[in-house]
Design a binder for this molecule. Structure first.
Ligand SMILES: Cc1ncc(COP(=O)(O)O)c(C=O)c1O
Length: 535
């Protein structure tokens, strides 16, 4: 029998030790040992495990974690916690870094991101105010200006004037794309209902008072057919109602149809209820299809109608770094506001949303002050920010831009787009599959469309087609599920025009055509082995 470990106790002496700083050789060694344990332990996991396996079901995992009391004494030392995470938790997490994981917008990150994230944790700056971040807030403004320039391309003079001016705000960091879209719509709403004689503005008086003051029955936001559901959340939070987020029908290529947009606007303007359009939201890289709306045409309509034009480029924004493909986003520079996510195609760890405004004064519409921080006249970033305390993820992005250069990011973007195109060609070559949405950027959808169904589809009427659609959907659901559970690779699925489709997001630079062929081979094999045989 091994010696029993001494019980762990929480006391002042041990507390002192956990606030350890690398002051002497011993503490340095200890800190390095833990970092090594994390970096190399997890590295092994990242190499060894793929996908979402059925080894442990969600039910079985849930049964392991049912303790709802906090233990009064310490249960584990840090080394044991780290080892436990490496051995017990990581194998049941999802290896999103695998090149065979092509189902979502979450993927491998360059290893330096882990180091940069460690720096922000170690510095623990709070960019809500200068008093807890000083130069880090100033750097954040520089990072925002760099991306603002990438999007809007204003003059050098413009940036010299606004980059560090306390009264100018080129944009803001938030936790994610959802909050970035919400911030943009918050500003758009306040632009529509500013203070006037007898009315203190929608921000103070609320939406009902704004409608009364402006003689409006309802406010709406017009969005692209494939708009992210975060915009419906914004409708709810901003008090206009998620039901007033109106989807503009798309054309056959799943992009917003400018003629239909025009028609919806005219219909709303001439309708019986007095409707205020707070904004139009186009997408540059739709979540499901990666499609880019015709930004220039939408911008023409918005500028003529004087409607706030927002581009949700949460996914596609970094395409602007590629000289070869930036024209795919032509017209984005005419937006009033733009969302971009750092944790998507800037390959950052989770938790970096950004919103940018062409007009550096427009974020004043959401300014808040408090007596203890963010006092009027101060330069605190928390004055015009949805969130309060925030980590300095801008330091990570700013450093990543220095490490990668725009060309480094462009290589990643170009690899994604070109591999997606080659993948689409491969899909079209294989008789079992049909390409549903070709890649405009680096996302595509396709479906298993067996010869038998394809033949009948071509020669039958709507009722039989509906039945064939259901049958085809069941096949695609089964193939996707079985592949996911086998754990070798992962492709996601969604539904477009009632058809269940398989969705591939090509962002991992390690994903190459050999891997994509393997994924299709596996799907063919699953179809033959599991679906066809059981039918
Ligand atoms: C186009 C688009 N907008 C917004 C979002 C929301 O981003 P987040 O998940 O970071 O909130 C997503 C997420 O996938 C997206 O694809």
């Amino acid at each position: 029998m091994g010696a029993t470990k001494p019980a762990l106790v929480a006391n002042w002496e041990t507390l002192q030790r956990i606030f350890i700083r690398p002051e002497d050789e011993d503490s340095r060694r200890t800190l390095i040992k833990y970092m090594e344990q994390i970096l190399f332990g997890l590295h092994e996991f990242l190499k060894a495990h793929v996908g979402i396996t059925r080894e442990a079901s969600l039910e079985a995992l849930s049964e392991r974690f049912t303790e709802s009391r906090i233990c009064s004494h310490p249960q584990k030392k840090l080394a044991d916690v780290i080892q436990g995470i490496i051995e017990e938790i990581a194998p049941h997490a999802v290896n999103v870094a695998s090149p065979y994981f092509i189902g979502h917008m979450t993927s491998a990150i360059p290893f330096f991101m882990v180091h940069l994230h460690t720096i922000t944790a170690a510095l623990n700056q709070n960019v809500v105010k200068m008093e807890t971040s000083k130069v880090v807030s100033i750097i954040e403004r520089q990072v925002l200006a760099k991306l603002h320039r990438l999007i809007f391309g204003c003059s050098g003079d413009f940036y010299n004037t606004h980059i560090q001016a306390p009264t100018s705000t080129l944009g803001g960091f938030v936790d994610d794309g959802t909050l970035a879209n919400l911030t943009a719509m918050w500003v758009a709403r306040n632009r529509c209902f500013p203070p006037k004689e007898g009315f203190e503005g929608v921000e103070a008086a609320g939406i009902a008072a704004a409608h009364r003051a402006y003689g409006v029955d309802r406010s709406v936001i017009l969005v692209s057919g494939l708009a992210h559901y975060s915009l419906r959340k914004a409708g709810g939070v901003l008090g206009i109602g998620s039901g007033n987020i109106i989807s503009v029908p798309s054309s056959v290529d799943h992009r917003m149809d400018p003629e239909r947009l025009e028609a919806v606007i005219q219909e709303l303007k001439s309708g019986a209820s007095r409707t205020r359009i707070l904004g139009v939201v186009a997408i540059a890289g739709a979540t499901e299809t990666g499609t880019v709306d015709p930004l220039d045409a939408v911008a023409d309509i918005c500028s003529r109608e004087k409607i706030h034009f927002h581009v949700d480029a949460a996914w596609g924004g970094p395409t602007l770094l590629s000289d070869k493909y930036r024209s795919l986003l032509k017209g984005i520079e005419r937006a009033d506001s733009v969302t971009i996510d750092g944790h998507k195609q800037f390959y950052m760890p989770m938790g970096c949303g950004m919103v940018f405004f062409r007009d550096p004064r427009v974020m004043d519409l959401i300014a808040y002050h408090a007596a203890y921080i963010n006092r009027p006249g101060s330069v605190d970033l928390g004055i015009r920010s949805l969130e309060g305390s925030r980590p300095a993820v801008s330091l990570v992005l700013g450093s990543a831009l220095e490490i990668m250069g725009s060309r480094g990011y462009a290589l990643l973007i170009e690899h994604g787009i070109e591999t997606a195109r080659a993948f689409a060609e491969e899909i079209e070559k294989r008789p079992l599959f049909a390409l549903v949405t070709p890649p405009q950027l680096n996302i595509l959808t396709y479906r298993v469309f067996p010869e038998e169904i394809r033949r009948r589809w071509a020669s039958t009427g709507p009722e039989e087609r509906a039945r064939l659609m259901r049958q085809g959907n069941e096949i695609n659901i089964a193939v996707q599920r079985i592949q996911r559970e086998a754990g070798q690779s992962f492709v996601s699925r969604t539904t477009l025009d009632n058809a269940v489709v398989l969705r591939a997001v090509i962002m991992n630079p390690m994903t190459h055509m050999g891997i994509l062929r393997d994924i299709l081979d596996e799907q063919e094999e699953i179809y033959r082995r599991e679906v066809l045989r059981k039918a």
